[in-house]
Design a protein around this ligand. Structure first.
Ligand code: GLP
Length: 239
């Protein structure tokens, strides 16, 4: 795992966007894994700006969203699918944009369907990740096994407390997520953490050995994973 610490957010997200572009240029029929949350918003903004400026086409690129709330449809204003639509899909000409269906009638079948779809697309070439303050990735909460696959999970109280509620009738208590092993199968991974609120999670996940108490720590063993940090999130990291 490679760690890069940046002096400002602009250079961090520029560098991450350049990594995404470089990878897609090498393999146009790229399969890109997308995270939701506040962290990747600036990355997605850069991707949109750069692709418009360079007339770069994503027409052969397929995207897979990492996770989704349970109990809502894709077009719900707070769904992760809607989030990626607002920040990326409505600007870029992706070939296909896939997401887990949080309103499925059978979640087991939905997870199988999604894994098969990833597989038939050739597998993830690059997964973009944020990190929860408790060290989660996707909705792989503390306690998730390294071998975990796509599944229905209960959201931790900490995660539930961070869900913006105005648009929810009832705050989601469960989610669907790619598992740790699905994430580790991605050929490349970019994980981004910014701000002081992530410093503790960064330290716990990347300064000590792998542990299911901090699911992001499992990324340490991935051969092509880059950790993008700003000064605030890297503050407690011992490298
Ligand atoms: C959410 C998502 C994650 C995301 C994380 C951090 O619960 N399931 O995919 O990376 O929390 O979110 P943020 O970037 O808003 O801090």
């Amino acid at each position: 795992m490679k760690t890069e610490v940046f002096n400002n957010l602009n250079s961090l997200f520029l560098s991450a966007a350049q990594e995404v572009f470089r990878a897609i240029r090498l393999k146009p029929n790229f399969v890109l894994g997308l995270a939701a949350g506040k962290t990747p918003v600036l990355l997605y903004k850069k991707l949109v700006e750069m692709s418009l400026a360079q007339k770069f086409s994503f027409s052969q690129v397929t995207t897979f969203n990492l996770d989704e709330y349970v109990g809502i449809t894709k077009d719900h204003p707070e769904s992760f699918y809607k989030f990626t639509q607002e920040h990326l899909f409505k600007f870029l000409d992706f070939k296909r944009t896939e997401g887990l269906n949080g309103a499925a009638t059978n979640f087991k079948n939905e997870c199988i369907r999604y894994e098969e779809l990833v597989q038939h697309s050739g597998g993830l070439d690059l997964q973009i990740l944020g990190i929860g303050t408790n060290g989660h990735i996707g909705f792989n909460e503390p306690g998730s096994e390294k071998s975990s696959r796509t599944r229905l999970v209960n959201l931790s109280p900490e995660t539930q407390a961070k869900i913006p509620h105005p648009n929810f009738e009832k705050t989601p208590t469960q989610g669907l997520t790619l598992g740790i092993s699905n994430i580790l199968e991605s050929k490349n991974i970019i994980i981004i953490a910014t701000g002081a609120t992530k410093a503790e999670a960064v330290k716990n996940s990347f300064s000590a050995i792998e542990s299911k108490n901090y699911p992001a720590s499992f990324l340490q063993s991935h051969p092509h994973c880059t950790l993008y940090l700003d000064q605030d999130s890297a503050r407690l990291l011992k490298v």
